[in-house]
Design a protein around this ligand. Structure first.
Ligand code: FVH
Length: 295
C-alpha cells in the first residue's frame, strides 16, 4: 500500500479504455481516486483496486479538487459538466476528450463562467502506454493552473504545456494525429499491395520500418521549407512525383486493389503542377492544403 497522505485526490470521469487506464495510473501513484462512468459497472474493477465509485456526477466532482474527464466527445463532456452544476466551483477540470479547438474554447469559457479552472488536453498515447515513458500529454489553458496540477498530471505521461489558449492542445493533438493517420494509411496501402501478391505483411515490415525511419529524417528540412515559403528542391520535384503517382495508380489497377488512399495525394500534386509549381518539392503541398479550392 502506498502512503496517500500528501497525494492530491483526483476524480476520473469516463471509464472507457482510456479513462480506465488514467484512473489505474492515479491509483498506482497513490492518489485517492474517485471514479464515475455512465455505465456504472465499468467502475467495479477500479473499485477493487481501491477507487471510490461515485453514484452521481455531482458526487464525483465534489470528491476531488482535480477532475479529469475522458469520454467519447464534447457533447458528452458538456452534458456531464451541466450535470455537475454548482459543484464545479473551485474545481480544476482537465478535459482529455478529443475534440476541435473551437469546442475546447467554448467548453473552457463555459466552465470558467461557473468559476472552475479549465485545462484542455490531448493524449498522445494509447491506453497501454499511459504512465510509461513513451506517453506524453498536451495541455493548454491557464499556466498557473497547469503548474499547480503538473506533478499529478506527470504521472500519466510527460506533461507538455502549449499556452493559454485552450484550443492549442486539440490543434496540436489533431495535427499529430493527422501525421499518424498519414503514416498508418500509407503503411496499410503498402501491405495491401504486397498481400495481393501473397507476400507476408509482417515480413514486409523489415523493409518498411527502416524506410519510414530514414524518410522521417527529411521532416525538419520540409518544415523549414514550409516556414520559409521556399519550396525549391534538389530532392525531387512535383513533376517527378506526378509521374510516380501514375505508376501507383497503374499498379493498383494491375493488382486489382483500391487506389482510394493514393488519389487525394495525387490530386494535390496535380493541382500543384497545374498552378505552375511543378518544379517545387513536396513541401509545396502544405501551401496548397492551406489554400483549399473548397473546404
Ligand atoms: N483509446 C485511445 O487510444 C485514444 C488515445 C487518445 C485519446 N483518445 C480519446 O479519449 C477519449 C475516450 O476514448 P476511449 O478509448 O476511452 O473510448 P471508449 O473506450 O469508447 O470509452 C468512451 C467513454 O465515453 C463514455 N460516454 C460516451 N458517451 C457518453 C455520454 N453521452 N455521456 C457520458 N459518458 C459517455 C462511455 O461511457 P459508457 O458507454 O461506458 O457508458 C465511455 O466511458 C476519446 O475522446 C478518444 O478520442 C483515446
Amino acid at each position: 500500500m502506498k502512503d496517500n497522505q500528501n497525494k492530491q485526490p483526483v476524480t476520473v470521469i469516463g471509464l472507457g479504455m482510456m479513462g480506465s487506464a488514467l484512473a489505474q495510473t492515479f491509483l498506482k501513484g497513490g492518489h485517492p481516486t474517485t471514479v464515475w462512468n455512465r455505465t456504472a459497472g465499468k467502475a467495479d474493477a477500479l473499485a477493487r483496486l481501491g477507487a471510490d465509485a461515485a453514484g452521481t456526477v455531482a458526487e464525483a466532482v465534489a470528491a476531488s479538487p482535480l477532475v479529469v474527464i475522458c469520454v467519447l466527445d464534447y457533447e458528452a463532456v458538456n452534458a456531464i459538466l451541466e450535470e455537475a452544476g454548482d459543484h464545479l466551483e473551485g474545481r480544476v477540470i482537465v478535459n482529455l476528450t478529443n475534440g476541435t479547438p473551437a469546442q475546447a474554447r467554448q467548453t473552457a469559457a463555459w466552465a470558467t463562467g461557473r468559476r472552475a479552472e479549465y485545462l484542455d488536453g490531448g493524449i498522445m498515447a494509447v491506453p497501454q502506454m499511459i504512465g510509461t515513458s513513451g506517453a506524453f500529454v498536451l495541455y493548454s489553458g491557464s499556466l498557473r493552473t497547469f503548474q499547480e496540477c503538473q506533478p499529478t498530471l506527470e504521472l500519466l505521461g510527460a506533461a507538455k504545456y502549449l499556452g493559454d489558449d485552450p484550443g492549442l492542445a486539440p490543434l496540436y493533438d489533431l495535427a499529430l494525429l493527422s501525421a499518424m493517420y498519414g503514416m498508418f494509411g500509407g503503411f496499410l496501402h503498402a501491405v495491401a499491395m504486397v498481400r495481393s501478391q501473397q507476400i507476408q505483411a509482417e515480413a514486409f515490415t523489415s523493409l518498411a520500418i527502416p524506410w519510414l525511419h530514414a524518410m522521417s529524417a527529411s521532416l525538419p528540412r520540409m518544415a523549414q521549407a514550409v516556414d520559409a515559403g521556399d519550396h525549391r528542391t534538389n530532392v525531387s520535384s512535383l513533376y517527378i512525383n506526378q509521374a510516380g503517382f501514375e505508376n501507383f495508380i497503374g499498379t493498383c489497377q494491375e493488382l486489382g486493389i483500391s487506389a482510394e488512399l493514393m488519389m487525394p495525394i495525387r490530386d494535390l500534386i496535380n493541382r500543384g503542377v497545374a498552378e505552375g509549381y511543378g518544379a517545387d518539392g513536396l513541401s509545396r503541398l502544405a501551401e496548397l492544403i492551406r489554400k483549399p479550392i473548397s473546404v
